[in-house]
Design a protein around this ligand. Structure first.
Ligand SMILES: *Cc1c(COP(=O)(O)O)cnc(C)c1O
Length: 379
């Protein structure tokens, strides 16, 4: 059996090696390393795939969130509502721009931002909400967009984990994650569902003026060469990464399908187990399973982790500490106990290997050992 990885990029590369190699070689032959035609081609193909007017490539997912906040002219002290149960980047960019993060809890089943909590957190200082489509399924965007309209808020979707997921509106309209709010953000970090071979990211928007501004901000605030109208940053997707992404974009739906097949096998195997809660699909969304994350009940999680390590099966805890309990984000407004769902989840979740190359033998090995680990770790 092939060694089990959390994400098996090597095997995936072997399957698309010829396409990727020739695509990269072309960039090198042409020496169009920065802002080359490959970047424009990938941008156009991603716009078509997402059915969004503008894709603005940039250096990484964190930058995409930062430039989104910059483009909206948010000022220090403006309140931005987001979830306490997410990867740090979401809160980091709010802090870097000296905006005021307003944290809220998540739903205990989907792990996504709780809309009642969002509604309660809105004040007259609230300017934006950053919903995170955590682990690969969309938050309740219909309700959020209604709230945004009512309270005049910007919505910046953190779609770093959910590229390719569909959101179904009750009027029958279907939109891709990241194309619904004011600006959508994504990451092409290698392990993401659409990952390159280094760093990369992009912002999406249907607003022409915002798109123009975002393109200026990622390029030193420059709209006419060497004339800098606003303070920007340097954040580019390089052409070699775009070459890889343009190849992998063609496979994205198939990749997400394979993730769903692995998830279905896990779900079936763990169904009705008294100690395991399998992922719950939210309303009106599809899932692209960036992560496959379980909740363990009455189980010593550390024992499970140790047993799986012994069997050379990687497992991860996403995320062990919610934002409001992170050292760098200590805030007198928040303390232990304020967000009980996120705190509970951080103590009880575990993520199993999830990628596009899991074969039946590996899945069987993972699940049978996981069930043994659960037996040994019962409290
Ligand atoms: C990966 C990720 C990011 C950051 O992306 P980078 O490309 O690593 O900067 C932001 N938010 C979420 C939810 C992510 O998973």
């Amino acid at each position: 059996m092939r060694k089990i990885q959390m994400v098996d990029l090597q095997k995936q590369y072997q399957e698309i090696k010829q396409e990727v190699d020739s695509s990269i070689q072309e960039v090198i032959n042409n020496c169009t390393f920065i802002n080359g035609p490959t970047v424009k081609q990938f941008q156009a193909n991603l716009e078509k795939y997402l059915e969004v007017k503008h894709v603005i490539p940039c250096g990484n997912g964190t930058d995409s969130l930062q430039v989104a906040l910059m483009a909206l002219d948010l000022q220090p002290g403006d309140e931005v509502i987001t979830t306490t149960f997410t990867f740090i980047a979401t809160a980091e960019v709010i802090a870097l721009l000296k905006l005021t993060p307003v944290l809220v809890d998540v739903y205990p089943d989907t792990f996504n931002i709780d809309m009642d909590a969002v509604e309660k957190a809105i004040t007259d200082k609230t300017k934006a909400v950053i919903p995170v489509h955590l682990f690969g399924q969309c938050v309740d965007m219909e309700r959020l967009m209604n709230l945004a309209k009512k309270h005049n808020l910007y919505i910046i979707e953190d779609a770093c984990q959910a590229i390719g997921a569909d959101y179904h509106f009750s009027n029958g309209e279907i939109k891709k994650a990241g194309t619904i709010g004011t600006i959508g953000c994504t990451s092409f970090f290698p392990s993401k569902n659409l990952g390159c071979y280094g760093d990369g990211g992009a912002a999406f928007t249907n607003d022409d003026d915002l798109a123009k501004k975002l393109r200026g901000i990622v390029n030193h605030g420059m709209f006419v060469r060497y004339y800098h109208d606003i303070v920007g940053v340097n954040s580019r997707l390089d052409s070699i990464q775009a070459a890889v992404l343009d190849v992998k974009l063609k496979h994205l739906d198939a990749y997400n399908q394979r993730r769903n097949e692995a998830a279905a096998f896990y779900n079936q195997t763990f169904a009705n187990h008294e100690n395991i809660i399998t992922p719950v699909l939210g309303k009106q969304t599809t899932h692209v399973f960036h992560q496959y994350t379980l909740i363990l009940k009455n189980i010593d999680r550390a024992k499970v982790v140790a047993y799986m390590q012994e069997k050379e099966i990687p497992v991860m805890i996403y995320y062990p500490v919610p934002m409001h309990l992170q050292k760098a984000y200590q805030d007198p407004r928040y303390k232990t106990g304020d967000f009980p769902v996120s705190e509970y989840l951080s103590q009880h979740v575990i993520s199993l290997p999830m990628h596009t190359e899991l074969d039946p033998e590996q899945l069987n090995y993972i699940t049978s050992n996981f069930l043994k680990a659960i037996e040994l770790a019962k409290k």
